[in-house]
Design a protein around this ligand. Structure first.
Ligand SMILES: [Zn+2]
Ligand SMILES: [Zn+2]
Ligand SMILES: [Zn+2]
Length: 750
């Protein structure tokens, strides 16, 4: 018979994943103490190291419960344990981190208020009752308050606020939820609001616009039920029609406004608390001006204590849109906000916790119970994305021009910035440049190579070219749609060759034309263009991006049909002018853009002749598309070894059907089905020729879940393995990941 002592073991555990700055060590401490185990836990280079000693059964329970009960948002993706010699020590300790190498730890994203904090917020007996800045190790600001790593209070924007005795006790107690909660605060020692919340509620009730300082910047808020308030906000913000996000108090309030599936509910209530695009209920009490002409609405739940207090006092939905003008970056510094938002807002509600760096809200969609990111920012960035494939160089990939993000690689990780936006103005460029310098400093990374788009006029390209000279760094130019394909591969942690259906807005083609409806065969190193849309022309170049009818005129001309001005929804004079431009080939830019084809079809079927923001017509086309439509007849043609997706029969067919009285819903549905059908047929042809059975769907058009579903169904029905985006957006917001993956692979191959 064995003695008790023989049953004692000591395990050394290495846990990797999201385990730093999320209350992991106190959690381990409480669990070990509860099970009567001895040992210690500390953060290290890779995550957390634990040594734990006790009876074998208790150790097994510890290992099982630790992984099962780890509170969100923490997670463990790698667990290694080995036995070591028992030391006979008693008690369990939380040890300080070894400071060397701390900079390689992760920068955590900001996290929505957790349930425990929310209960305290509304508990009249709690000392933090009604306090708008409470947080704990499971929630609160991270990315937006960090000044230096390692992540401790002295390195945050809270450094100058001394903890009161009560907060200090919690901070020092390994058994407390606020053990080492760096931004912890209470009404005695923490930040304060500049304006009483009741004043903000009164302003909102009067239909006014309130600028509200949040986690990663200022929001502009107004009553989401008031057409007048929404119209005023749009006019002052210079945002004509692009949808505005709406914040509600809780899941019940969201369900009152929109249909919410279980997967959507999970995302809404997750620590990331993104804006989720949902199908709006017909009777929803929301101003139509929130998302004009769209069946969807972008909803998010209150995610800071301040939001919870405001939304509870207000008791209704609030427009909560980024505090900026038009396409400028979101305001996050108080002086800048006062200057830029002063003329927009009737009231500014600020506080004295500085925001170190801006971070916009994330926007996601749910497709087949899976996350489809549209904008990866607050709550997600800058969590690293595991990167497979060859290469280990530190690469800075500078992204595209629109929906810009940049990406730094470190070992097997890609670290993407939060959303930076359209690099089309000076403030946005400044945000991009300071963002890069900031991440390089925090992460102590010096790029060994720069990856960029081939477009010579992108400001991100300019930056890369200048920096390469200044720092003597090699440049890796990556074709736009190859970067999309690589982003989709990297997103899925795949490296083998795939057929990339890159259906996109626009990207620079090496032949000098504007690409955007491309089928590439490629891997991380290189690609071959196997097919593309039949080219058409953008009469007037950029002007055609917002005026799909201009494209429709060229489609009609190529298909041999005369379009009339009334059917296109434009006046005769403008139509004549564009016809003359096309006939003389004046200011006409050839393109294979899939996004522009959607715009043109919206004009052809009489749905929308133009777009008030890029993509409006395409979004409208998806919105009206009826289920179960026939397939509009595309044709496939082959010339010089390259396939062309010929849309001319579709143009003729759509016009005939329209003349015969078919509705826009049926025609839009047929266009989606037809494009999906021809894409699948083409993929089948290419599989026969190449033997490649993996298809990657990337590019802005795959934000369209109708097109996505129709295409994936057809591809899977014929045995394809289909890769879609789940970690970075299919649009240009994910491009920097693809650029980085390509650059690493190419550098490794040399
Ligand atoms: Zn909390
Ligand atoms: Zn305090
Ligand atoms: Zn693109």
């Amino acid at each position: 018979m064995e003695g008790v002592a023989d049953n004692v073991e000591r395990w050394a555990v290495q846990a990797r994943g999201l385990v730093q700055g999320v209350g992991f060590r106190p959690f381990v401490y409480r669990l070990a103490t509860e099970l009567g185990l001895a040992g210690w836990v500390r953060n290290d280079l890779l995550g957390a190291a634990i040594e734990v000693e006790g009876r074998v059964e208790a150790l097994a329970t510890f290992a099982q419960r630790l992984r099962a009960e780890l509170p969100a948002p923490g997670y463990i993706d790698h667990w290694r344990q080995e036995s070591c010699a028992p030391s006979g020590t008693r008690g369990f300790e939380v040890l300080a981190s070894a400071s060397a190498g701390e900079a390689s730890a992760w920068i955590l994203p900001d996290l929505a208020t957790c349930d425990k904090c929310r209960r305290e917020l509304f508990d009249p007996d709690d000392r933090r009752h009604g306090y708008p800045f409470l947080n704990c190790t499971h929630c609160g600001p991270r990315l937006t308050i960090i000044r230096e790593l390692p992540y401790d209070r002295a390195g945050t924007t809270m450094a100058s606020l001394m903890l009161c005795a009560a907060c200090q006790r919690e901070y020092d107690d390994p058994g407390d939820r606020r053990f080492h909660a760096q931004p912890t605060a209470c009404p005695v020692c923490g930040p304060r609001l500049s304006v009483a919340l009741e004043t903000a509620v009164q302003a909102l009730a009067a239909g006014q616009i309130v600028a509200l300082k949040g986690l990663g910047g200022y929001h502009l808020a107004c009553d989401a039920r008031s057409e007048d308030a929404v119209a005023r906000l749009r006019a002052r913000k210079q945002r004509e029609a692009r949808p505005l996000a709406v914040m509600v108090r809780d899941l019940d309030a969201a369900q009152a406004l929109a249909e919410v599936s279980a997967a959507e509910a999970e995302l809404l209530t997750s620590p990331a608390a993104p804006i989720v695009l949902l199908v709006r209920r017909p009777a929803a009490d929301l101003a139509l001006g929130v998302a004009p002409g769209q069946p969807t609405v972008g909803l998010m739940l209150a995610y800071t204590p301040l939001h919870h207090l405001l939304l509870t006092a207000w008791d209704g939905p609030l427009v909560m849109t980024s505090g900026n003008l038009s396409d400028e970056p979101i305001a996050y510094e108080d002086a800048d906000a006062a200057a830029r938002l002063g003329p927009v807002a009737d009231l500014v509600v600020s506080h004295d916790r500085p925001i170190e760096r801006r971070c916009d809200d994330s926007v996601v969609r749910v497709w087949r119970d899976r996350l489809l990111p549209l904008r990866r920012s607050r709550g997600y960035a800058p969590l690293p994305i595991a990167l497979d494939g060859p290469g280990d160089a530190v690469v800075l990939a500078v992204g595209a021009q629109q929906k810009n993000t940049f990406c730094l690689t470190r070992g097997g990780e890609a670290i993407l910035s939060a959303h930076i936006g359209e690099l089309e103005n000076e403030p946005a460029l400044a945000s991009f440049e300071t963002g890069i310098a900031d991440f390089e400093r925090l992460l102590q990374l010096r790029p060994e190579a720069l990856a960029h788009d081939l477009h010579p006029d992108y400001l991100s390209t300019h930056y890369a070219l200048h920096r390469a000279v200044a720092d003597g760094l090699p440049l890796v130019g990556v074709q736009h749609h190859h970067a999309h394909l690589a982003a989709c591969l990297a997103d899925a942690q795949r490296t083998e060759p795939a057929l990339g259906l890159c259906f996109d807005g626009t990207g620079w083609g090496p032949d000098g034309t504007v690409w955007g409806g491309e089928v590439l065969l490629g891997d991380l190193r290189g690609y071959e263009r196997l097919a593309h849309l039949r080219p058409f022309r953008l009469a007037g170049g950029e002007a055609a991006v917002r005026q799909g009818w201009r494209v429709a005129v060229d489609l009609g001309a190529q298909a041999g049909v005369q379009l009339d001005a009334v059917a296109l929804g434009v006046d005769e004079e403008r139509l004549d002018l564009v016809e003359q431009m096309l006939a003389a080939d004046l200011q006409c830019v050839p393109t294979t853009s899939c996004g522009r084809l959607f715009d043109a079809v919206a004009a052809l079927i009489g749905l929308r002749s133009d777009s008030r923001y890029e993509g409006e017509a395409a979004v409208a086309l998806e919105g009206v598309a009826a289920e179960g439509s026939a397939e509009a007849p595309f044709a496939l043609a082959r010339a010089d070894g390259v396939w062309q997706i010929d849309w001319r029969p579709v143009v003729t067919w759509l016009l005939e059907q329209r003349a015969a009285g078919a509705g826009v819903d049926v025609l839009a549905g047929a266009f989606h089905a037809g494009l999906a059908g021809t894409a699948a047929e083409l993929a089948g042809q290419l599989r026969a020729a190449t033997g490649v059975n993996v298809v990657a769907l990337s590019g802005g058009c795959w934000q369209n879940v109708r097109l996505l579903s129709e295409t994936v169904d057809r591809l899977q029905a014929t045995g394809f393995e289909v890769l879609t985006h789940q970690r970075v957006p299919p649009n240009d917001g994910g491009l920097s990941l693809g650029q980085a993956a390509v650059a690493r692979a190419r550098l490794a191959g040399e």
